[in-house]
Design a protein around this ligand. Structure first.
Ligand SMILES: NC(=O)c1ccc[n+]([C@@H]2O[C@H](COP(=O)([O-])OP(=O)(O)OC[C@H]3O[C@@H](n4cnc5c(N)ncnc54)[C@H](O)[C@@H]3O)[C@@H](O)[C@H]2O)c1
Length: 464
């Protein structure tokens, strides 16, 4: 089966980059990425590719090459579904905020809406692909909806979870460790659908890196991968606290254990805690699924990863307050970095939001600088928590466009995103412009501490 037309529902951090790379590598396939968010689609279509809504190194160039040739962005979801042989569902699957499973289960309402829309529109057979991260066995629900509300056309459901990491999405897509495709491999039609997707990826990815499994294994592997990654962060963060009270240094511990080939060096960087839209929601989802099956010990085991992460954010904020003589009321604290990691403009679940919220509770005045995040996003993130009114946030939080301006006359600076440019700042000049004693809290272990102390900073780094 040769795929000619692809539709991707959801033009977000996954749908946009993934489809841009497939379009670049497969110029003979027409790809339309659709979204109900008109502003997002307008930004994807902005004449200046530097204005596309997602910042990822290298992405603008790929969009420039493929857009208008075989890559299109549109709000006409029905038309794109109708035309497609293959439909990727890449919509958001946030944690439920209401009803059964509130605060834990994945909210599948956007997925279900997509399924119903596909069923209503499709007039010929389609391959439907779960690109979003979904609870294990969601494909069964999708199939049920498609088969029972459709126009009698046949669907094959595949699971093809995305493993890209924001900040390195383009590199990850061009050169993935593996691509995972789950399908109904015991039937001829199912195998045919799997092969059609394998053929697309095989255009640029070696066959041995394209794994095929049954649907349930594929769905569960994505949740497992995120749980394992987050668990490593929480494990090293737990050690960072122990280091601080014992005189060990978490950087040295991490290097020593990471040299063990069974453990490996990646994802052992202590920090103020992981953020991003995925780790927390996917683990909560895993916890919820485990509980649903009565596996309480499994649920408790994974929940601890989240508990540790929340603790790490809180203890970092507490450290700031305690160090500043137990009060930050009316004191100016500069927050360097708002994105949840470097090289992305994504702020979802960023540690900076929670640290700032804690400091606002303590009546601090906050000044934020992030190279890729704008003022309205910072306000929206704080407002979303619902702990402070919009007026209070706008009164007490300033968002500036340079680190120098943000740190001027501050009592303390907190580095919360590991942007490279923070290493290059003129720290002497920053020190000179700050109130004394000048406190510097490094939540990413990004800066070289010795030189900062030499300048005169009271320098605190997580895990040292
Ligand atoms: N962000 C990541 O790094 C990452 C990595 C791997 C997997 N995932 C998973 O991929 C999925 C998408 O994540 P994301 O970060 O791209 O989310 P996102 O919020 O950036 O994008 C989702 C988009 O889907 C759109 N949408 C929702 N319902 C729609 C509908 N019915 N019709 C058309 N458009 C609709 C929204 O408007 C939004 O623009 C999630 O399940 C996530 O867990 C994300």
């Amino acid at each position: 089966m040769k795929i000619k037309n692809i539709c991707c529902i959801g033009a977000g951090y996954v749908g946009g980059p993934t489809m841009a790379v497939i379009a670049q590598k497969c110029p003979d396939i027409d790809i339309t990425v659709v979204d109900i968010n008109e502003n997002r689609i307008a930004a994807w279509n902005d004449e200046d590719v530097e204005n596309i809504p997602i910042y990822e190194p290298g992405l603008s160039d790929i969009v420039k090459e493929a857009r208008g040739r075989n890559l299109f962005f549109s709000t006409d979801v029905d038309a794109a579904i109708d035309k497609a042989d293959m439909i990727f569902i890449s919509v958001n699957t946030p944690t439920k905020t209401y009803g059964i499973g509130k605060g834990m289960a994945a909210d599948l309402k956007y997925i279900e809406l997509c399924a119903r829309q596909i069923a209503r529109v499709a007039k010929d057979d389609k391959i439907v692909i779960e690109k979003s991260t979904l609870p294990v066995r969601t494909a069964a629900a999708l199939k049920n909806i498609l088969d029972n509300t459709g126009n009698g056309v046949k669907y094959q459901i595949l699971s093809n979870p995305e493993f890209l990491a924001e900040g390195t999405a383009v590199q990850d897509l061009l050169n993935p460790d593996r691509v995972l495709i789950g399908g109904d491999i015991d039937t001829e039609k199912g195998q045919e659908a799997v092969n059609a997707l394998v053929d697309i990826y095989a255009t640029w990815i070696p066959q041995e890196n394209i794994l095929t499994t049954n649907v349930w294994s594929s769905e569960l592997s994505k949740l497992t991968a995120n749980a394992f990654l987050a668990q490593r962060v929480s494990s090293i963060n737990a050690m960072s606290e122990l280091c601080e009270v014992t005189g060990a240094d978490v950087g040295e511990v991490s290097r020593a254990v990471g040299k063990d080939s069974r453990i490996g060096p990646k994802f052992l960087q202590a920090s103020v805690g992981f953020g991003g839209s995925c780790f927390q929601k996917d683990i909560l989802n895993l916890v919820y699924i485990s509980k649903t099956f009565g596996l309480n010990e499994v649920a408790d085991y994974w929940e601890q990863v989240i508990i540790m992460n929340d603790h790490q954010k809180r203890r970092f904020a507490e450290k700031i307050v305690k160090t500043l003589y137990n009060t930050v009321a009316g004191k100016k604290i500069a927050i360097l970095g708002w994105a949840f990691k470097k090289d992305t403009n994504d702020t979802r679940e960023s540690a900076a939001i929670y640290v700032t919220d804690y400091l606002l509770n303590e009546q601090a005045d906050i000044v934020v600088y992030d190279p890729k995040v704008n003022k309205e996003q910072v306000f929206a993130d704080l407002e979303y928590l619902g702990t402070h009114s919009s007026e209070e946030i706008r009164e007490r939080v300033q968002v500036l466009t340079s680190a120098m301006d943000a740190t001027r006359e501050a009592h303390a600076v907190a580095v919360l995103t590991e942007w490279d440019e923070f290493q290059e700042l003129n720290w002497q000049k920053i020190y000179d412009s700050m109130l004394k004693p000048a406190f510097l809290f490094d939540g990413r272990r990004l800066l070289e501490g010795k030189s900062k102390r030499k300048i005169g900073f009271e320098y605190y780094s997580i895990g040292s």
